[in-house]
Design a protein around this ligand. Sequence first.
Ligand code: DX5
Ligand code: ZN
Length: 233
Amino acid sequence: MKYDIRNLSFDKVTVSPSILAADFGTLDADCAKAAAAGADLLHLDVMDGHFVPNLTMGPPLLSSLRKASNLCFDTHLMVTDPLFYTPVFAKAGADHITFHVESDNDPAEVIAAIKAAGCTVGMSVKPKTPASALAPYIKDLDLILVMSVEPGFGGQSFMADMMPKVAEFRQMIRESGKKIHLEIDGGIDRKTVYEAVRAGANMMVAGTSVFRAADGMEAAIKALHDATSELAL
Ligand code: DX5
Ligand code: ZN
């Protein structure tokens, strides 16, 4: 494993631009621009057309991008069968793999498979799933991902009503005594980031607000980093 999310700060805001909002025709250039603009890692949304009603990127795309990018690949598996896809995406270049507790597999088996593949482990919850669903697994996690939109598409509106769940996860992380990133995904921009950090999220996934920022990616990423001042740990 070349890049490790455990080396990223746990007490500052970090930014993981979602390449779903990039131009797939110029993806390597867009990713290089995001890196130059201050991205801490790169968020890769893998959708299987089954767990969510959309298809995005497969292993060949990750392999190609791996050759062109020096950022940690924060891979978000929105798939029904993460057990099958974990080794596939690890081989293609994923450094970190997050899967959904709502998938068809036994979470303990998926966690073991991700570790066996040499990646760090994340688990995610869809908006309707409570924080308690991850309680049995927290000691094994490097990252928790809270969805602040229904997974499937970029460019949706931020669900502010997910903030109590973020705060609940922050409390669970404190009680665990472990260093675990609390990542949030969906509708994050320079305004909503403040709601997320005040609730306790330290890692921001941002697609539209970064790749399509009117004043450029550097200003967009800096605006998200600046929210560190209000981060509640
Ligand atoms: C949605 C994806 C997100 C999405 C975020 O299912 O998991 O990562 O790309 O896009 P924005 O930032 O545009 O809401
Ligand atoms: Zn995502």
